[in-house]
Design a binder for this molecule. Structure first.
Ligand code: 13P
Ligand code: SF4
Length: 346
């Protein structure tokens, strides 16, 4: 039963003590997050992992986050992902072959005037590509700072793999939509009407399959029926949605905004279901709902559950490392350059 599993996890955690560290992303289920030694957004989890000395890190989040934790920790530390199927469809939208092809084409068009940036929601080898070409990683908490940093160095940037975070951030910095182009990795071409020399930002054509479910139509319905509702969304939502919302920011920003809000205030939130439900439970004095009435779960985040967490912990107490995430050394070294550039500036 759940009760037995919870008791056993508590027992194992006590037994392993400081040898074990469990980071948990805000999108994780309540049944998992209750065991997290630290919960946070992607930036906080990267920062906390980098400072860890525990020998065993059981990462409750998705694959790219566990890779990041492995890259930022020492060789003796082992990173474990309780279910290896916990990937991220956005991270899978950019691979090595595609970035090499894009980079060659873009260098041909713009020569050495582009700096690549990648959202941390990307594979370690994409981070390595960015690291060896002078760029850095970004998260939704520091995207504005990092895009500004990139544009202080080069005339233009290539933003991987989330076109929405890239577009929303660049727009916030005063870059016009007609100064942004999209690289389509499937059609293998740059989508832009006009003179290429006006392009400042090249957006990789990737997106989050959870956040694309929040639509302008959802906002229209709420504005009509509940005009007092505040609408807050994650910047992985489309530009139109972010523009029509009242507030936009990372999961940490969403949590802080709701916690600070007045009692009795009404909120429609455009982000992953587990976080929306948790905010609703923790803020009973506020009226909280999902911007999309059907709720939007991240299926891969949700693959981490009590049985998987317990299973890897049971193996650990017996000295077995299951589901280890180990990034190949040469990739890890270059990816670390990109992550360190971000962590230094954050
Ligand atoms: P943040 O927690 O950084 O806002 O990221 C959201 C997300 O999609 C993680 O996969
Ligand atoms: Fe990936 Fe979107 Fe899930 Fe985050 S919410 S892990 S970006 S699919």
């Amino acid at each position: 039963t759940d009760k037995e599993m919870k008791a056993r996890i508590t027992e194992i955690k006590t037994k392993l003590g400081n040898d074990l560290f469990i980071p948990g992303h805000h999108y994780q289920k309540d049944e998992v997050i209750q065991f997290a030694d630290s919960s946070g957004d992607s930036l906080q989890l990267a920062q906390v992992s980098a400072k860890q000395s525990a020998r065993m890190i059981v990462f409750c989040g998705v694959h790219f986050m566990a890779e990041t934790a492995d890259i930022l920790t020492a060789d003796y530390q082992r990173v474990i992902l309780p279910d290896l199927r916990a990937g991220c469809s956005m991270a899978d939208m950019a691979n090595d072959l595609q970035t090499d092809e894009a980079w060659e084409a873009l260098q041909g068009m713009f020569s050495d005037t582009i700096l690549p940036l990648t959202y941390v929601n990307s594979t370690a080898s994409i981070k390595a590509f960015v690291g060896r070409n002078g760029g850095a990683t970004v998260t939704s908490s520091n995207a504005k700072k990092m895009v500004k940093w990139a544009l202080d160095q080069k005339e233009r940037l290539l933003f991987l793999p989330d076109q929405h975070l890239g577009r929303n951030t660049a727009y916030d910095l005063g870059i016009r939509l007609d100064e942004m182009a999209v690289w389509d990795p499937i059609q293998r071409k740059l989508v832009y009407e006009g003179d290429y020399q006006h392009i400042k930002v090249i957006l990789w054509k990737g997106h989050c399959s959870v956040h694309e479910n929040f639509t302008v139509e959802n906002i229209k319905q709420i504005r009509e029926k509940q005009p007092d509702m505040n609408i807050i969304v994650h910047p992985e939502c489309s530009h139109e949605v972010v523009q029509k919302a009242d507030y936009a920011g990372s999961t940490k920003y969403i949590i802080e905004t709701i916690e600070r809000a007045e009692a009795g205030s009404e909120w429609a939130i455009g982000t992953e279901m587990n976080l929306v439900n948790r905010l609703r439970k923790k803020n009973p004095d506020k009226n909280i709902t999902s911007l999309n009435p059907y709720m939007c779960p991240c299926l891969t985040m949700n693959r981490i559950d009590l049985p998987h967490l317990l299973w890897v912990l049971e193996e650990l107490v017996q000295g077995n490392i299951c589901n280890e995430i180990k990034v190949e050394k040469s990739i890890a070294n270059e990816a670390k350059i990109a992550l360190d550039r971000m962590l230094r500036l954050s």
